[in-house]
Design a protein around this ligand. Structure first.
Ligand code: CP
Length: 358
């Protein structure tokens, strides 16, 4: 069974296949209007969403299929204490494929352990958001024509931003990727991404305190919101917050051929005046999300019976506990599993949320 829990569950070739199908859908919409006739997608959203849930819904409708599910866990039997795995066993009786968003990290991976249908991670806590990454990759390809030789500036909340974590994991696999990490120290990229992703694949990254000094170097500027609620020191927030707002003045320093992406929602980190700039790609990015999700649904349904397709998050019980209180292994009856870091000797990480075990 092929699932999509982490961007690296797809090989580079499989990503290329999905992007090619998405581009074919864009060019030949009618050809795909009946291909999922009789199929059902379940959208299990335990956390709020506008783009991801509705683009999955629109995607399945445009493929001729049907959609069922919930947009709020309170309206499901989760509110009575049903576990993620039991919910998935039930939904397997009704749907052919499941897209799940959960605030608990590792919940979609736990779902794969019991599911008879493909599971798509539609965002799990601060951990991962692989379908946003597929959206980002299609957008980068359409805006710049390539996924190779790109310098990507990542701005804002790099600590809790799951879209950033997933995009870095995906882009390390393309030729000559470089990252510029632009965040306040409180929201710096987690260590596991620097060590086990960037260092492991020898990908160059540098850190910066402001957009202005680096904007001229980047091909992609990936904006995210600086989340005031994450700061313990509000004075520190006040000091740094405006360094991470993109406006027309800052855009004057950018390359002529570059693209500004944002997973959205935006609050104030991109001034409205930037929307009129042809390099502002974030609303085109939203539409790409529907096309890439159409392609993903099609390919996962096609691949589910192909034995050569792999899905393995590995790990084994090591007698330790995940320190992350928001990890599924601490919240539901899921057996904790850990894997040794390939970069840091003696370090083991939880397979569900990638936290370093204590
Ligand atoms: N980009 C994204 O995940 O948006 P939603 O939270 O609205 O789904």
């Amino acid at each position: 069974m092929k699932h999509l829990i982490d961007p690296t569950d797809l090989t580079v070739n499989e990503i290329a296949e999905i992007i090619a199908v998405a581009e074919d859908i864009i060019a030949n919409r009618d050809k795909y209007s009946e291909v999922c006739r009789g199929k059902k997608l379940a959208t299990l959203f335990y956390e709020p969403s506008t783009r991801t849930r509705l683009s999955f819904t629109a995607a399945m409708m445009e493929l001729g299929g049907n959609v069922l599910g919930f947009a709020d866990a309170k309206s499901s039997s989760v509110s009575k204490g049903e576990t993620v795995q039991d919910t998935v066993r039930v939904i397997n009786c009704f749907a052919d494929i499941i897209a799940m968003r959960h605030k608990v990290e590792g919940a979609p991976l736990a779902a794969t352990e019991v599911s008879r249908t493909p599971i798509i991670n539609a965002g799990d806590g601060s951990h991962s958001h692989p379908t946003q990454t597929m959206t980002d990759l299609l957008t980068i390809k359409r805006e710049l024509g390539t996924l190779n030789n790109l310098t990507i500036g990542l701005v804002g909340d790099l600590k809790y931003g799951r879209t950033v974590h997933s995009l870095i994991k995906a882009m390390t696999r393309y030729e000559n990727t470089k990252f510029v990490l632009i965040s306040p120290p409180e929201l710096a990229l987690p260590d596991y991404i620097k060590r086990d992703v960037c260092d492991r694949y020898g990908v160059e990254y540098r850190e910066s305190n402001d957009i202005e000094s680096v904007i001229g170097d980047v091909d992609i500027l990936y904006m995210t919101r600086v989340q005031q609620e994450r700061f313990t020191d509000l004075e520190e927030y006040e000091r740094v917050k405006d360094c991470f707002i993109l406006d027309a003045q800052k855009m004057r320093g950018a390359k002529e051929r570059m693209a500004v992406l944002h997973p959205l929602p935006r609050v104030n980190e991109i001034a409205i005046e930037v929307d009129a700039d042809p390099r502002a790609a974030y609303f085109r990015q939203v539409e790409n999300g529907k096309f890439v999700r159409m392609a993903l649904i099609l390919k996962l349904l096609e691949w589910q019976n192909e034995e050569e397709r792999t899905f393995d998050h590995g790990g084994k019980a090591m007698g330790c506990k995940c320190p992350n209180p928001l990890c599924i292994s601490n919240l539901e009856p899921v057996r904790p599993r850990f894997e040794a870091s390939e970069i840091e000797p003696g370090v083991v990480r939880c397979v569900y949320c990638e936290s370093k075990a204590e």
